[in-house]
Design a protein around this ligand. Structure first.
Ligand SMILES: Cc1cc2nc3c(=O)[nH]c(=O)nc-3n(C[C@H](O)[C@H](O)[C@H](O)COP(=O)(O)O)c2cc1C
Length: 222
């Protein structure tokens, strides 16, 4: 199925259930080879992406799940959370509740919510995970470039028939990831991206998140 950019944007969603089948390496390389044409401030191209597959992916899952199960605090040199007021906090809560709702996890079911959070470190069953990093002293303009690159990767994946999910949570255990993934010295991970072929039978993939109307997010002055 070939899609144009508008269709890719409007049909993409976060995939949280995958088939185990690996994606051919040639296709993975093609996705990033296209995405590297993304724009960046003064063409700095601050991004680096480290793709982890196969045995390495399985070892990493084991390591990250162990840290999560042991309750090891997550951290990064990049601030990972901002104070949030309405309407942002409302949207965030709505996102969490709709996601738990599709999974049948009740609001007060703490264990159920922990099990759902753990799925991040299982890469939601995806056979591949990519880590997007940039030099650790870089700041907001470079993070903006990283987001543009990430979006490009996600849209090209839609075009190529792949599913994916961006995961800020995969920036939480930097040292463990750096032990296994090939991340340049001095870089810090901003976000991970699990990807592969979507499992059409995974109920979680029926979750769809709404968007604010144009009038709320844009103003037009003349
Ligand atoms: C930078 C970024 C980080 C994200 N981190 C996570 C994450 O750690 N875990 C998760 O389940 N979803 C994560 N998401 C997915 C968002 O929840 C999702 O994109 C949002 O709810 C909109 O839904 P949609 O992608 O299905 O349109 C992340 C998305 C982005 C863009």
């Amino acid at each position: 199925m070939r899609v144009n950019v508008s269709e890719a944007l409007q049909t993409r969603y976060s995939v949280r259930g995958y088939k185990p089948d690996p994606v051919p390496e040639e296709l993975i390389r093609e996705v990033f080879d296209i995405a590297r044409w993304s724009a960046s401030g003064t063409n700095t191209q601050p991004w680096h992406v480290a793709v982890v597959s196969g045995d390495a992916r399985d070892r990493l899952e084991t390591e990250l799940c162990k840290l999560f199960d042991d309750g090891v605090p997550q951290g990064s040199v990049f601030a990972r959370n901002a104070t949030m007021e309405s309407p942002y906090i409302d949207r965030r809560r709505h996102c969490g509740f709709s996601y738990y709702g599709v999974l049948g996890v009740e609001r007060h079911d703490k264990q159920g919510r922990i099990a759902v959070a753990r799925k991040n470190f299982e890469f939601f069953g995806a056979p591949h995970v990519a880590f997007f990093s940039m030099p650790s002293h870089f700041v907001m303009p470079q993070a903006l470039d990283m987001g543009i690159f990430l979006q490009a990767v996600m849209l090209v994946m839609v075009e190529k028939g792949l599913g994916c999910i961006a995961q800020g949570s995969l920036a939480g255990y930097q040292d463990a990831v750096k032990e296994i993934a090939d991340i340049p010295d001095g870089n810090e991970i901003l976000v991970g991206l699990s990807f592969g072929y979507e499992d059409p039978d995974a109920h979680i993939n029926t979750a769809r998140m709404p968007r604010e109307p144009l009038e709320t997010i844009a103003s037009f002055t003349s």
